[in-house]
Design a protein around this ligand. Structure first.
Ligand code: SAH
Length: 497
């Protein structure tokens, strides 16, 4: 059991980029954090695992462009930890490998603040591995040496090239891309073989990973020509002549596409699974969240008993209802004579999880089709119980009313905008090829938080006409709308572009 009384600060490595390289322990820390302090290289999907009420604090740290200074980062961590909050400091790769994690730990020790180190997968070997370069190989490299290629402004590169050039192991330089000429020159002028293998790996383990191979004498020119930028690894050694590539190899329909999912966490996670099968790179950044509205037990029971039909317009409604009746100890057999009707495949699947098959799903997954088609199944003896969002569309209640069908419209959840994501959204928006909006409330959150609406033009993929209408009203142009109103429809719409 996780004990916040014992844990104050965790310095957590989240790996080089591919979020599936996160360790189980890192995930546990993130899920329990009160405060997350994170660096520039952190994959935003990792932040999506945080609690809805956790504070997200960006510490920055792009070389030469510090958002918070190291002193300020240390102070921030200590401040929250001493006020009794559980602070998780997220760092790229491993916290003790060139990440200044040591300094942060020292600062905490001096202030008697309990902390732990949660090691992460480091870029220096995983970035190479994903590039098809094994850091050691029998007969090629019996050791490896990892250096920082960074120097403080105006200071010389503090590396002992005389000895380094003599080494017969693989040499890996981190933070070195801007100093590549100095590194190459340092090695060559100390007698290293100009034809030894060399490579640079940019954005290792990420969807946009680029790998360039050459020799020590040519790598500088290659990196310059290809405009290699940070974060990148430089590796020197004959292991670079091996090509054990496996990553990003298969060409799937959406390979190379970078797609942002903005839906609620559960929907984004579900969509991400399916999207990944198409080869797309997915970033989960939920801009909205679901807040359950509790209905009193007796009220819920009497509404169920009075109804002939129960209608769900989303999987959220399904999940919340079934979790509530479970909590209240209401027997599932109280639904035995009810017709259960859902708006689409997503809500249908959610229902299946509770061992219930939908009695009715419309042929098209929108409120208008739901209304038109369900009306054919209802008569004056029907009593409809709608369990849905607090701010739902008025298509269903209006339509039922004018058809003379009696109904109860019970809100079981509210949709709230996750304003914490505003910074992340605007920081990364230009990198995405497409932004998926999966509901009208999601569309509202997206437009409310984006600083420059023009950035969304031609990029937003909407799940259906209701969401598209909301986007148009909010001033977004060139929207791509799915023909089938679910994740398959969204994928199809993108494939056709
Ligand atoms: N603690 C980190 C390293 C921090 S120093 C780790 O263990 O990986 C930052 C440097 O790491 C970058 O300048 C770059 O050289 C390297 N780096 C981090 N992530 C990388 C990635 N995905 N691809 C290539 N290099 C990466």
């Amino acid at each position: 059991m996780f004990n916040k009384e014992v844990k104050k600060v965790s310095l957590v490595g989240v790996g080089p980029g591919d979020e599936s390289l996160l360790t189980l322990k890192a995930l546990e820390c993130i899920q329990n954090a009160d405060v997350l302090v994170y660096d520039n290289l952190i994959n935003p999907t990792v932040l999506n695992k945080a609690r809805l009420d956790a504070k997200l604090i960006y510490a920055g740290k792009i070389s030469g462009n510090h958002y918070l200074t190291q002193d300020k980062i240390n102070e921030t961590i200590a401040k929250y930890a001493t006020s009794g909050e559980y602070v998780v400091r997220l760092k790229g790769g491993d916290p003790y490998i060139f990440g200044r994690g040591g300094e942060e730990a020292e600062y905490l020790i001096e202030r008697c603040i309990d902390f732990e180190i949660v090691h992460g997968v480091s870029s220096f070997y995983a970035g190479l591995g994903y590039a098809g370069i094994p850091i050691t190989f029998r007969g090629e490299a019996t050791s490896f040496h990892v250096f920082t290629g960074h120097r403080k402004k105006g200071e010389p590169l503090d590396l002992d090239f005389k000895n380094i050039a003599k080494s017969d192991g693989s040499l890996v330089f981190l933070m070195g891309i801007s100093n590549l000429p100095l590194i190459v020159n340092g090695l060559l002028s100390n007698g290293m073989d100009p034809h030894i293998g060399a490579a640079v790996v940019e954005n290792g383990t990420r969807y946009n990973q680029r790998v360039f191979r050459g020799e020590l004498c040519s790598i500088e020119e290659i990196a310059k020509k290809e405009n290699v930028v940070s974060p990148a690894l430089i590796v020197v050694g004959d292991v670079c002549k091996k090509d054990l590539s496996f990553f990003n190899k298969s060409k799937l329909p959406l390979s190379g596409k970078n797609i942002l999912l903005t839906a609620t966490r559960s929907l984004a996670e579900k969509m991400a699974k399916r999207f990944k099968e198409t080869g797309a790179n997915i970033c989960e950044m939920s801009l909205i969240a679901i807040k359950e509205i509790e209905i009193e037990r007796e009220k819920l029971l009497s509404e169920i008993n009075d109804s002939t039909h129960i209608l769900f317009t989303s999987s959220n409604g399904v999940n919340i209802f079934f979790e509530q009746i479970k909590r209240y100890g209401i027997d599932i057999r109280s639904l035995y004579n009810k017709k259960i009707c859902v708006i689409g495949s997503g809500s249908g699947e959610a229902l299946n999880k509770y061992g219930v098959n939908a009695d009715f799903i419309p042929s098209k997954f929108d409120s208008k089709s739901f209304l038109d088609e369900i009306l054919l199944k209802l008569d004056k003896d029907s009593k409809v119980l709608m369990l849905r969002a607090k701010i739902g569309s008025d298509v269903l209640p209006k339509g039922l009313k004018s058809a003379g069908i009696s109904f109860s419209d019970i809100p079981v959840y509210d949709t709230i905008i996750d304003h914490r994501k505003k910074f992340e959204l605007n920081k990364d928006i230009e990198n995405f090829d497409y932004v998926v909006a999966a509901s009208a409330s999601g569309a509202k959150a997206l437009v409310e938080m984006i600083e420059d609406k023009k950035m969304l033009s031609g990029k937003v993929v909407s799940i259906g006409p209701v969401t598209t209408k909301a986007l148009v009203e909010l001033g977004i142009e060139n929207i791509i709308t799915a023909k089938r109103y679910d994740v398959e429809g969204i994928i199809d719409a993108i494939k056709k572009l």
